[in-house]
Design a protein around this ligand. Structure first.
Ligand code: UDP
Ligand code: MG
Length: 318
């Protein structure tokens, strides 16, 4: 690797062995067509299939290929962080290994970068390849996120984008462990342009994101970019305290006017149970934040690398 790469692709891979050869066939052509020095940093995110062996074979054949193997599955967001740490290009493009992000679009991203933009987002036109419930859920989440988040995230924006070195360094300086990338991209800012593309079918295998993983991601997103749930629970608390005060006053007046009557079990139970529910919910909300704070203060490294392939001997030169 004598030549300093202008462009780095960062490719997170989790159990992608079946599709990697066709991915690199298309991506390497797309890179070659750019006519600039380029590299691809593949991150093996603890795959349980032969992904690492396939990547090692690619790296042995092609000096543009570098591989970072993580010691276990850390999740796509962390795999991306590892890739960004190892990418040396003046511009970096994270791209999925399943060919849902057309590598040919990188040319358009680079063109807009050359025009002076620091970030060029590839916006998907629609998610026709996703199932209807998943589309609905994602739509709902993005509406909610847009309302509560401190930073706006453009619709249809994902990880597929070009970032200049300045942007990559800004992201790398964010040490948080709960990495909601879409929010982090928006948070760092910089001059941004967009390019449209149609998302393609997955080339091989199924999505690595089950419903549960998406739910965690959505929760992470909202909690790391909004304190609204916390504020909501204190608002609810204040609201119920006021209502209880008014109700108590009314009871006092009623007792003075009508004397004491014993019935009231139903209303009492209703109020007690309802308030108990609200308290548990608020505790849960606080717990979600506290858990993440705990994760952060432990300050563990984001990821553990088990192997690096295609890097010059004597450590990394990132
Ligand atoms: N991925 C990863 N680690 C994970 C899950 C996914 O590195 O724990 C990678 C995966 O190999 C792919 C990309 O992230 O390159 C996007 O994953 P996928 O296609 O499953 O997500 P979707 O397209 O359904 O959003
Ligand atoms: Mg995909």
């Amino acid at each position: 690797m004598s030549e300093h790469p202008v462009l780095s692709l960062v490719v997170p891979c989790y159990n992608e062995a079946a599709g990697l050869a066709s991915f690199w066939a298309r991506a390497s052509d797309a890179l070659a067509a750019l006519g600039v020095a380029a590299e691809a940093v593949f991150v093996d995110d603890g795959s349980r299939d032969t992904t690492l062996a396939v990547l090692a074979a690619l790296a042995a054949r092609d000096p543009r290929v570098r591989v970072v193997a993580l010691s276990r599955n850390f999740g796509k967001e962390i795999a991306l962080a590892a890739g960004l740490d190892h990418a040396r290009g003046d511009a970096v493009v994270p791209i999925d290994a399943d060919l849902q992000h057309p590598p040919e679009l990188v040319r358009d991203l680079v063109a807009k970068w050359r025009e002076g933009n620091d970030v060029v987002i590839a916006l998907r036109r629609d998610r026709a390849t996703d199932s209807a419930p998943r589309r609905l859920a994602s739509d709902l989440f993005h509406r909610l996120f847009a309302r509560v988040s401190v930073v706006p995230v453009p619709r249809g924006a994902g990880d597929f984008r070009l970032m200049s070195r300045a942007v990559v360094d800004a992201l790398r300086a964010m040490p948080e462990r709960t990495r909601y990338m879409k929010g982090m991209y928006a948070w760092v800012g910089f001059r941004t342009a967009t390019v449209d593309y149609d998302v393609e079918e997955r080339a091989a295998g199924d999505s690595r994101f089950g419903l549960l993983k998406l739910w965690r991601l959505a929760l992470d997103g909202i909690i790391s970019f909004s304190a609204l749930p916390l504020r909501l629970s204190s608002f609810l608390g204040a609201l119920f305290a006021l209502v209880a005060l008014a109700y108590g006053a009314w009871l006092v007046v009623r007792t003075m006017v009508h004397g004491i009557d014993v019935p009231g079990y139903a209303s009492l139970m209703a109020v007690v149970l309802f308030l108990g529910g609200v308290q548990l919910l608020s505790l849960g909300v606080i717990g979600e934040y506290l858990g993440r704070v705990y994760d952060e203060v432990k300050a563990r490294p984001l990821y553990v690398v088990s192997a690096r392939l295609g890097f010059p001997p004597g450590g990394t030169d990132t």
